[in-house]
Design a protein around this ligand. Structure first.
Ligand code: NAD
Length: 258
């Protein structure tokens, strides 16, 4: 499905990462990929190991809070790819205090960090990607239901996801009308046990809740694969008429009202 296509993937830490499951689907469809990792030898080693099966064209450090890192990451993409087709944004961060304290205790600093890493970064990466993206390209980010409804512990990360989803719509409107007609969508994933998810509080209890409530089985090993497959759909020409969407991949959890 993706022979001859190239993707730049942000947000893989290990083979539990949702970004990794997206990359696996892209790789299986013949897509060539470059990857970013958080700066630092420890991160680099983990990511090199995780993406090795995908035969990466390049790996480049990038802390998305730093404009100079973003510029050098896209320079690496330009040097290695020339142009590319797909951008995967699968990253988020909020300080631990955000998940541990009541929402009313949110500090200005924590608010800014969560929004910067988890929402603004999509805008910054899309802007840097646009000159290098081929016409008809596609951008996918990862959101969560807490953007829309109260979920215990999510607090400021929920606000950041709401900003992310709104940014998807604004980017989709602007980039869709751009001469390159780039699509921008989000996958709103159900709870999956990743490192980031473990940091949000009681992920085991959350997954148990999904298992009780969602129409389809959720929380077993296959859940991350489902996320990867739906992201593949949104990134591929199968979704060529789809943009600005928040696409739930959560076993139907969001549709249940009790
Ligand atoms: N796991 C879940 O239950 C779940 C559900 C819905 C949405 N999501 C979203 O999926 C995305 C990927 O998370 P995951 O669950 O795969 O966890 P993960 O820990 O595997 O991935 C998070 C990634 O964010 C990166 N990151 C954090 N701060 C960064 C920064 N300043 N610059 C660059 N990269 C940075 C980390 O290095 C890591 O690669 C996130 O947006 C997350 O909110 C996860």
């Amino acid at each position: 499905m993706l022979h001859g296509k190239k993707a730049f993937v942000f947000g893989i830490l290990n083979d539990y990462s949702l970004g990794w499951h997206i990359a696996r689907e892209l790789h299986q469809q013949g897509c060539e990929m470059g990857f970013s990792h958080m700066p630092g030898e420890k991160f680099e080693r983990r990511v090199v190991k995780a993406v090795e099966p995908f035969k990466p064209r390049f790996l480049t450090p990038c802390d998305v809070t730093k404009d100079e890192d973003i510029a050098s990451a896209f320079k690496a993409a330009s040097d290695n790819f020339g142009t590319f087709d797909l951008l995967v944004h699968s990253l988020a961060f909020a300080p631990a205090e955000v998940f541990a304290n009541p929402f009313i205790e949110t500090t200005r600093a924590a608010w800014q960090t969560a929004l910067d890493v988890s929402a603004y970064s999509l805008v910054a990466l899309a802007r840097a990607a646009l000159p290098l993206m081929n016409p008809g390209g596609s951008i996918v980010t990862l959101s969560y239901f807490a953007a829309e409804k109260y979920i215990p512990n999510y607090n400021m990360m929920a606000v950041a996801k709401a900003a992310l989803e709104c940014s998807v719509r604004y980017l989709a409107a602007e980039l869709g009308r751009h001469e390159k007609h780039i699509r921008v969508n989000a996958v709103s994933a159900g709870a999956v046990k990743t490192l980031a998810a473990k940091g949000t509080g009681d992920i085991d209890r959350m997954i148990e809740h999904y298992q009780q409530k969602s129409p389809l089985p959720w929380g077993e090993n296959d859940s991350a694969t489902y996320v990867g497959k739906s992201a593949l759909y949104l990134l591929s020409d199968m979704a060529s008429g789809v943009t600005g969407e928040i696409h739930y991949v959560d076993g139907g959890y969001n549709t249940v009202g009790w």
